[in-house]
Design a protein. Structure first.
Length: 404
């Protein structure tokens, strides 16, 4: 299984680069390079390895070997990435280009007998289209016998998508998502193939899946891209710009990714009749301060301080005191920044239709996440305020409890 996860980690880097680019930049903007996606996928895969290590399902030696292999593959991919084309193709072409990914994964799934086959650097098997089809059918049969195999359903979904069988791909991803309903990567992939099965339309169930993924991980790149695309399809250009702008803090400053995203944010803002300077401005000027802003300070109790590492992620978010549980605005810091002075406003909204200004009374929660995932996990540290006005100016949140 270590071999399968290592190959999956390396392939996922390529998948996101191939899929994210046409999702976001299939109109006027330039393509996204793979560097930001590489980093995001690397972090996700590393968190999975760390979780397996913590759960005792992965030995320390296997963890170290897996991490080293993942880092090496990531570095090689970054160094060897080709110059991007000026005009990327659409969503269908991207999935066709990504067809190699599930094909190779299927070969690994069925052909690799031991980890030493990869360690020795043996050549990958060459397979015909008929053999690929046979492997897909074998995998489908295997899953009928073992319907709880989430990773098998995920692979089957990707394989069907590569073959252009999006209805079957959506059905496979539905079964995978049922077994892992809190996996934002899986939810975003499910939304993508479901949209393809529905004529490349993201409205309805695909968008709901995307919003669920963003509730779990507000900075999920593919989900932000899809959410922006869904808003763009509805001609809600301001909302599209808001989603895409949230991608900017998660890509390297000055990179090709940043420039491409800025171009598309500017395009969407222009179509919305808005000034486009916000695409390149990280924070509003004092004269342009948001009308509704919630400010305060997050600290951690002395009793829990030793349980948090300085690089652990701190999520600060506001939810309606009475209403849906989706965070209305969210900020992120590190434990080393505590005590942390925060500001939450509508520009940090996860969903433009669910903004901070729409709910007069909110509760502010701060959570220290060991995994870096916004979804609460056992062992995370957290604290919450009582109900406060959405424009309160001195909210105090003390992280004083542990998630069980």
């Amino acid at each position: 299984m270590i071999v399968f996860w290592l190959i999956g980690a390396a392939l996922a880097v390529v998948v996101l680069a191939l899929v994210l680019r046409p999702l976001l930049f299939n109109r006027a903007g330039g393509p996204v390079s793979r560097s930001a996606a590489n980093i995001s996928i690397y972090r996700d895969q590393l968190r999975e390895l760390e979780a397996d290590l913590a759960a005792g399902t992965l030995a320390q030696a296997d963890y170290e070997r897996a991490r080293a292999e993942l880092e090496a593959r990531l570095l090689e991919d970054v160094r060897e990435q080709p110059a991007p084309a000026a005009r990327p193709a659409g969503r269908g072409a991207a999935i066709a280009a990504a067809a190699l990914v599930p094909v190779v994964a299927l070969v690994v799934y069925f052909a690799v007998g031991s980890p030493s086959a990869i360690v020795r650097g043996e050549p990958e098997p060459h397979v015909s289209a008929q053999q690929v089809e046979e492997m897909v059918q074998r995998l489908a049969a295997k899953l009928r016998e073992n319907p709880d195999d989430v990773d098998g359903w995920r692979l089957l979904g990707r394989s069907y998508a590569a073959l252009g069988r999006f209805d079957q791909a959506a059905e496979a991803f539905s079964k995978a998502a049922a077994g892992a309903p809190r996996d934002p990567d899986l939810l975003a992939d499910f939304a993508d193939v479901l949209a393809m099965a529905r004529g490349q339309k993201l409205d309805g169930e695909p968008e709901k899946l995307v919003l669920r993924a963003l509730e779990l991980d507000p900075n999920h790149l593919k989900s932000l891209a899809l959410a922006g695309s869904a808003a763009y399809e509805r001609k809600e250009y301001a909302a599209a710009a808001a989603y895409w702008q949230r991608m900017l803090p998660n890509v390297p400053p000055g990179s090709e990714d940043e420039r491409a995203i800025q171009q598309n944010v500017s395009e969407a803002r222009g179509l919305a009749g808005m000034r486009d300077d916000a695409a390149t401005t990280p924070a509003p000027k004092a004269s342009q301060a948001p009308k509704t802003a919630l400010r305060g300070t997050v600290s951690i109790s002395p009793q829990l301080k030793s349980k948090a590492g300085p690089e652990d992620t701190v999520f600060v978010f506001a939810r309606a005191a009475e209403g849906p549980p989706l965070p209305l605005a969210i900020a992120r810091a590190r434990v080393r920044d505590l005590p942390y002075s925060f500001q939450l406003d509508d520009s940090m909204s996860m969903n433009p239709a669910m903004s901070l200004s729409a709910f007069p009374t909110v509760v502010v929660t701060a959570r220290v996440s060991k995994s870096g995932n916004a979804a609460p996990q056992p062992g995370d540290l957290q604290g919450a305020s009582g109900p406060v006005a959405n424009n309160a100016g001195a909210v105090s949140v003390v992280i004083d409890s542990q998630v069980r």
